[in-house]
Unconditional design. Sequence first.
Length: 598
Amino acid sequence: MNYDRLLAAYTRARNDLLAARGEHGHWEGRLASSSLSTATAVSALALVQKHGAQNLASELQPLIEAGVKYLAGQQNADGGFGDTDKSHSNIATTYLVIAAVHLAGREQELAPLLTRAQGYVAAQGGMAGLRKRYGIDKTFVVPIMTNLSLAGLCDWREISPLPFELACIPQSWYRFAQMPVVSYAIPALVAIGQAHYFHRKPWNPYSRFVRGAAVAPSMKVLLRMQPQSGGYLEATPLTSFVVMSLAATGRADHAVSQAGVRFLKDSMRDDGSWPIDTNLATWVTSLSLNALAAGGQELPDDERCWSWLRSCQHLQRHPFTGADPGGWGWTDLSGAVPDADDTPGALLALSLLFDGLNSDRQADISQAASMGIAWLLKLQNRDRGWPTFCRGWGKLPFDRSGTDLTAHAIRALNAWMPQVQLLAEVNPRSAALGRPEEIVAAIERGFHFLKLKQNPDGSWSPLWFGNQDHPEEDNPVYGTAKVLLAYRDLQRMTAEPATRGVNWLIEHQNADGTWGSSLEETALAVEALLASPRSAKLQSSVDRGLGWLVEQVEQNRHQNSSPIGFYFAKLWYYEQLYPLIFTVSTLGQALPAARPPE
């Protein structure tokens, strides 16, 4: 790879990433507008308008009209709707758009749209096709069917009643209660379960009594879990499902509903759309800092950024998941929940800062790191991997341990080992940053999990990222690259699992030098291969991948995002900063090897 071209491309991408910072000193990014989010928001606002206070009706009408107008422009050629404007059609989003149009009272005006959408749904198998898409996981299929029922398009008898009374048991017992939804969907369990109860009460008098008695206490759970912003997880779909369920059961004026409406009003965009989540500010900031450090250059000398990242750490027991203090969520907003991807990202970023600080500031960062390390260690599952939010929830796919999460946790723990070991040598009794042997043991357990979860072909499948063109909507390129970065950081690239992963990446490179179907995947694959022992075959693969990336920068295509992100169950998004961040990280790490000798 020509060094001058590589350096020019890196410099341009790096400057673009630095320019993307906000005036506040950190990165906020921009999530894709979502037809799915917009449809659920329109349905929720329409039901509040119908059942709520009269003075609210006129205020909500412009929002509903703008949302419907946005949806009308998003229909794909096959008649269906995708989660984003770059997404393939899927039956879930299409059903939700149909429901939103009906609840907004626009059936006649948009009759051609509905006809095409219903044709797409029929071709996908109707309700049976919807159930097939989600399998045993009721986290999303029951809310979708509830939305359809509230629009008069589905019989309540077809919908499984969610056991909202289980939300009344102690939070620490949730993982033992065999919940039919994932850990982060308890608000939906409560509100949607109650909607079904009020619309179709059980015949069994005992069940009717127990569930009726659980309505009031489970509403207190809803209220306790709701953040200051009003948006559960800062997520439009989850908040909308709660609001529409309460509004349709005569509680549009309840405090939970009103706070949810406020969130929807605040998060609506100028074009009438809603994103899947408000933002991923903490996540993209930590990724950006780590990417900039990969080039070996000095990080931005901006105290605001580092102080802000430090302030995003959760310092109290979290009401949503019951998580202990110490973790980081994806945003600084009140709806964030600490998780096992953002916490490692923040720990990695803070480790870059440590050496250049004075003793007082080092003590502050050490305290934050100590809490973050303890939080990660406690979260590790019995299967030796790391889950997203809660330990021990393994029944449903998005609650299981993830290879991408586990690899990220390993990297974060390893990044702080020099400080941990130094402190142990200075003061053997101190465990301020954790005990070295405890951290080493957790890392080894994590590697054991990664070895067990490696696919027979040598790849790894991630939990929170996908590829919509993959037959199973999986993204083995992302998963394999992320796992290999853990092997890289601990200098284990010659280990047998890593060698198999590297060979898989080389074998699955496209003819044009790319991987998967996106810039993001290509950049990650090249980054993983850069640390591998060199061979002629590997060098050729790296050079072709780097050449393609450099061309994208030269042609100003290095900020073209693709929908590789998963949210909830098979719900797609893209983030505008992902391709830029991954490009900067990869090109920066490629520079030393490409530099000509003096």
